[in-house]
Design a protein around this ligand. Structure first.
Ligand SMILES: NC(=O)c1ccc[n+]([C@@H]2O[C@H](COP(=O)([O-])OP(=O)(O)OC[C@H]3O[C@@H](n4cnc5c(N)ncnc54)[C@H](O)[C@@H]3O)[C@@H](O)[C@H]2O)c1
Ligand SMILES: O=P(O)(O)OC[C@H](O)CO
Length: 332
């Protein structure tokens, strides 16, 4: 058993992380936005809204009061990217480790989560946790490995890794917070594209091509923003891209599947209480890429589809009609 950790956000991922932390009997304080969820977690040890498959440890206590978490030295921040700024600004200021676990880019400003959090919580010592992690598998204790990128270097890793690692949950050290963030944000958009390929019935060759060419886009964008190539080749980049592009367990892949089958983005997202981050990230990512002269044709195509500018079949035809080029051209 280790010291008590706070988790902010009781969606599928925050709940799964709380369950992983509690798997050795450790106490976890979990902030949920929905009052009915606070009651359900505390009385029934379940989360029927966002992670119905999990039976939660009794050492997880939920609260609706962010102020209750203020005294804890380590907080995991797990709210969807578009809400991070508003939630973190409600958190009392203080010097503490804050681990960012969301994957996305703020649509209104183009900021990565690290910059959003650094602006709103200048006293916090920030780290990024990212990798191939379906929440239901982590909650079930299945083996999972992640990148834990620490802005405070090895001293921060020495504080955080014993608090976060469990027998089935294995963090790997990095100090490349930009790379860890870009891997997670970009793979969500590429997973939408892979779902489209599946929805159109274009086959496994096309999906493999999309993963490889999508990774080239992630690399180009990441390098332009100061990420390291080896980070993007690791768990939080290529690892997560492969996972998310291969399974209907991914909300982003499932969104793409629906688009490929002819639904509009509004139809595909209607009535969902879970988040497909790629839908909000794609337009702002495409905009930044255009502005910075980074070639990202797959991301631009996802953006066109989400905006309903053309049917999926036409968008794919346009992508395939681009001029032939060298595989490594402009990748370095
Ligand atoms: N689910 C996963 O497997 C998984 C794994 C790794 C990372 N992530 C990332 O974790 C982040 C959270 O995703 P999730 O899957 O836990 O969410 P989710 O889809 O399960 O749940 C939606 C969440 O959004 C919150 N929410 C809705 N409106 C809000 C508002 N106005 N203000 C603040 N919060 C609001 C809800 O309370 C809930 O916690 C995302 O960035 C996601 O990409 C998810
Ligand atoms: O369901 P998705 O598409 O949000 O993916 C969940 C995780 O990010 C996979 O690592």
């Amino acid at each position: 058993m280790r010291g008590k950790v706070g988790v902010i956000g009781a969606g599928a991922w925050g709940t799964a992380l709380a369950q992983s932390l509690a798997s050795d009997g450790s106490e976890v304080l979990l902030w949920a936005r929905e009052s009915e969820l606070v009651a359900e977690i505390n009385s029934k040890h379940g989360n029927s809204l966002f992670l119905p498959s999990a039976r939660l440890a009794e050492t997880i206590r939920a609260t609706g009061d962010l102020g209750e978490l203020a005294a804890l030295p380590v907080l995991l921040l797990v709210v969807p990217a578009q809400f991070l700024a508003s939630v973190i600004s409600e958190l009392p200021r203080g010097e503490r480790d804050v681990v960012l676990c969301s994957k996305g880019i703020e649509a209104a400003t183009g900021r990565l989560m690290f910059d959003v959090a650094a602006d709103a919580a200048p006293d916090a010592r920030l780290a990024v946790l990212s990798g191939p992690t379906f929440a239901h598998e982590v909650a079930a204790g299945l083996p999972t490995a992640v990148t834990l990128a620490c802005s405070g270097g090895e001293a921060q890793w020495d504080r955080l890794s014993p608090l976060i690692a469990r027998s089935g949950f294995r963090p790997y050290y990095s100090d490349d917070v930009i790379g860890a963030e870009i891997g997670g944000a970009v793979k969500n958009v590429l997973a939408i594209a892979c779902g489209v390929v599946e929805g159109l019935g274009l086959g496994q060759n096309a999906r493999a091509a999309l993963i490889a060419r999508g990774f080239a886009e992630m690399l180009r964008f990441g390098l332009a923003r100061g990420a390291r190539a080896e980070t993007l080749s690791g768990l939080c980049g290529l690892g997560d891209l492969v996972l998310t592009c291969s399974s209907t367990s991914s909300r982003n892949f499932s969104l793409g599947l629906a688009l490929g089958k002819g639904l509009s983005a509004a139809e595909a997202l209607a009535g969902k209480n879970s988040v497909a981050e790629g839908a909000a990230t794609a337009p702002v990512l495409a905009q930044i890429a255009t502005h910075e002269g980074v070639d990202m044709p797959i991301v631009q195509s996802v953006c066109r589809l989400l905006k309903g500018e053309a049917p999926a079949g036409v968008v794919v035809e346009d992508l395939l009609a681009r001029p032939l080029r060298a595989e490594q051209e402009a990748d370095t």
